[in-house]
Design a protein around this ligand. Structure first.
Ligand code: DHB
Ligand code: FE
Length: 277
């Protein structure tokens, strides 16, 4: 049986890609963020995952406003990045883990989740930046299953539904034949709002409570409606749904090994967490 070895959660502000391209990781602006990663990379060297299941949201590269699935899973042999207009250099393609993709899709549909299956799929900065942060040499040692959650176009799935999706993914992974070591990644957040009168909104107290809840009480965020989550975390901070789903995929009891929280990167409260199942 496959085994989930742990989960890594990180913000994916596009400017991170620019900082990597410029080699600015050690400048005063960027160092507090990039300093969150060496302990995570050390853990990865010991954990040696074979596959990464990545919970993230697409920002208009693969899905646009005309067609926006609530939940979509990639089932492609390969995933490519493309120019999103941020000026981030493109990264090498990711090898898909097709057998796990189909296993997840079949398991989730059998559990009454209505999944969009993507046999072709581009992946944007929300998937590529976590990889560049975890494996700076950009030689990806894992294959990938992208799990895309709509956090960009209302109506959004509830926190309760995202947690349930993640838990169903976790059960399905553990039923996958073979002995692969599977890493779960949650990408996005934490509090930020990029548009409107509240642009620049950051809520440190809420972010810290959310991070604490992932260890102590993973269902904590499900007490909030989507509108209340957007009020607390910002209309883009709602990307915490990806973290919540990824947390759901880990065992109910998971150990927090490391965290980093820094304000601001761009207009975002940037956070990183590592959990071991
Ligand atoms: C920005 C974009 C994002 O997708 C995000 O999650 C955070 C910040 C930005 O444009 O600054
Ligand atoms: Fe984003």
């Amino acid at each position: 049986m496959a085994r989930i070895v742990g989960g890594i959660f990180t913000s994916h502000v596009p400017a991170i890609g620019g900082a990597i391209a410029k080699g600015a990781q050690d400048t005063p602006y960027w160092k507090p963020f990039f300093d969150g990663f060496p302990p995570v990379r050390q853990w990865l060297r010991d954990a040696r995952p074979d596959v990464a299941v990545v919970f993230y949201n697409d920002h208009g590269l693969n899905f646009f406003l005309d067609k926006m699935p609530t939940f979509a899973i990639g089932a492609a042999p390969e995933y490519r990045n493309a120019d999103e207009g941020w000026g981030i250099p493109q990264v090498p393609a990711f090898r898909g883990e097709e057998d796990l993709s189909w296993h997840l899709i079949e398991s989730l549909v059998a559990e009454d989740f209505d999944i969009v299956t993507c046999q072709e799929m581009k992946v944007d900065h929300a998937l590529t930046l976590p990889f560049s942060l975890l494996w700076p040499d950009e030689r990806w040692p894992v294959t990938v299953v992208p799990v895309c959650i709509n956090t960009v176009l209302f109506p959004l799935p509830s926190a309760r539904r995202c947690l349930a999706l993640g838990r169903a993914v976790g059960r399905a992974v553990e039923n996958w034949a073979g002995d692969a070591r599977v890493l779960v990644i949650g990408s996005g957040g934490l509090s930020h709002q990029l548009e409107g009168q509240r642009a620049g909104h950051i809520n440190k107290a809420f972010d810290l409570a959310f991070m604490d809840s992932l260890a102590k009480d993973p269902a904590w965020a499900t007490q909030y409606s989507i509108n209340d989550l957007a009020k607390e975390a910002g209309t883009q901070g709602i990307e915490l749904l990806n973290w919540l789903a990824a947390r759901g995929a880990l065992a109910d009891v998971a150990r927090e090994l490391h965290r980093n929280y820094h304000i601001p990167i761009s207009n975002t409260a940037a956070a990183t967490m590592l959990f071991e199942s």
